[in-house]
Ligand binder design. Structure first.
Ligand SMILES: NC(=O)c1ccc[n+]([C@@H]2O[C@H](COP(=O)([O-])OP(=O)(O)OC[C@H]3O[C@@H](n4cnc5c(N)ncnc54)[C@H](OP(=O)(O)O)[C@@H]3O)[C@@H](O)[C@H]2O)c1
Length: 359
């Protein structure tokens, strides 16, 4: 194949890498590269972000790929296609993958079969696949005489931290998000909450919305605030819009959340039931955006994994607090966040914390 045709074929290959690959890599450098490739995939959706680099014995990069979202080729298949487009011989090569290759047929075929058919000699993966159907790929490969080794890598784990937690818990990963004053008020006494925080904090929140599968609010917020709940980073509708979820018994027909489709009502007040319905819709990451009644229900049920609190340097003195009674009577029982971070956003501060163990 002439060089320019080969380059075009490579660019058209699923998950193909359009810029030059780095020079010879060790397996550890290959994993760093695979993580960087995986980051190009979307953080939302039912599938994890995965990257794959195919290395020759001398470390030459033979092919690279990453997963671009549900229904598109997995990273391993994309890397094999990239290698074919480059004209690389990958028999006996090492595949460095950020996640254990899948062993099942979902929207696409099993990666273990693609690696076997490509005569890959060694597979190094950084995270075991916790999926009920997709796990066990390492074992299958070893059974076929392919050296398959799990070599843990922090960056590869961090890449899919929320997805991994969701898969282990068999429910969406839940982020409780709110904007409050310094005295913990979510709205003023008259119900107004526009705007507690400034533009930078709101812009940040829109970017987070564009990276998750769904956003939930209670019917109270829909009736009082009438939010559209869309993701609008930079003031523009994001390409990916999370599913907008209205929780509760009240009929909210005619409110803005129903404009343009992409919204669903869940006529339940039970957080477990709500998460089960969203899991069935392939929601892996959910933001509960309030109001205080819904946030409190999720916290009381122990179903919040992460807190995202945007705190404004303002006082209200009256109005709804972020959470109602959580049934906590003494300081020793207080809910304490771990892995706490804080970030200044204009005049406001974003405090994030994890509430569940091991995520
Ligand atoms: N600052 C912020 O970040 C922020 C964010 C959101 C809202 N807010 C403010 O919050 C205020 C609204 O508060 P809110 O507490 O009424 O809002 P909410 O939590 O959005 O809605 C409460 C309603 O949701 C339904 N619901 C769903 N699950 C429930 C459960 N487990 N237990 C009880 N009810 C459940 C109930 O209505 P049904 O009768 O329909 O079942 C309930 O009345 C507004 O003033 C708004 O501005 C502030």
């Amino acid at each position: 194949m002439p060089d320019d045709a080969r380059a075009r074929a490579r660019d058209d290959a699923p998950g193909a890498v359009t810029e030059a690959s780095p020079g010879p890599l060790t397996a550890a450098e290959g994993m760093d590269r695979a993580v960087a490739l995986a980051r190009r995939g979307p953080a939302y959706g039912p599938n994890p972000r995965v990257g794959c680099v195919l290395l020759a014995a001398d470390g030459t990069v033979l092919g690279e790929g990453w997963h671009r979202g549900a229904g598109t080729p997995h990273a391993e298949v994309a890397a094999i296609a990239d290698a074919a487009a480059r004209g690389s011989d990958i028999a006996g090569a090492t595949a460095v993958v950020t996640l254990e290759p899948c062993a099942h047929t979902g929207r696409t075929g099993p990666c273990v079969d693609a690696l076997t058919q490509a005569s890959i000699g060694t597979v190094v993966y950084a995270v075991a696949d916790p999926g009920d159907a997709s796990s066990g790929g390492g074992e299958v490969l070893r059974g076929r005489g392919i050296r398959a080794t799990l070599v843990p890598h922090e960056g590869a784990h961090a890449l899919n931290r929320r997805w991994l937690a969701a898969m282990r818990a068999h429910r969406p990963y839940v982020i409780a998000k709110w904007a409050s004053t310094l005295d913990g008020r979510m709205a003023a006494a008259d119900g107004t909450s526009f705007w507690i925080t400034g533009e930078e904090a709101r812009e940040h929140a829109h970017r987070v919305r564009a990276s998750v599968d769904a956003i939930a609010v209670g019917t109270g917020t829909v009736m009082i605030d009438d939010p559209s709940l869309t993701a609008r980073p930079g003031g523009k509708q994001a390409d990916h819009q999370p599913l907008r979820v209205v929780v509760g018994h009240t009929d909210t027909t005619g409110k803005r959340v129903w404009e343009g489709g992409g919204a669903v009502a869940i006529d339940s007040r039970d957080p477990h039931e709500i998460l089960a319905q969203l899991w069935a819709r392939e929601v892996r990451t959910l933001i509960v955006e309030g109001g205080p009644t819904l946030l409190s229900a999720f916290l009381r049920a122990g179903l919040v994994d992460e807190l995202n609190a945007y705190i404004a340097p303002a006082l209200l003195g009256a109005g709804p607090s972020v959470v109602d009674d959580l049934g906590i009577g003494t300081m020793a029982d207080s809910l304490r966040g771990q892995a706490v971070t804080s970030e200044r956003l204009g005049a406001d501060t974003l405090v994030t914390a994890l509430l569940t163990e091991g995520v």
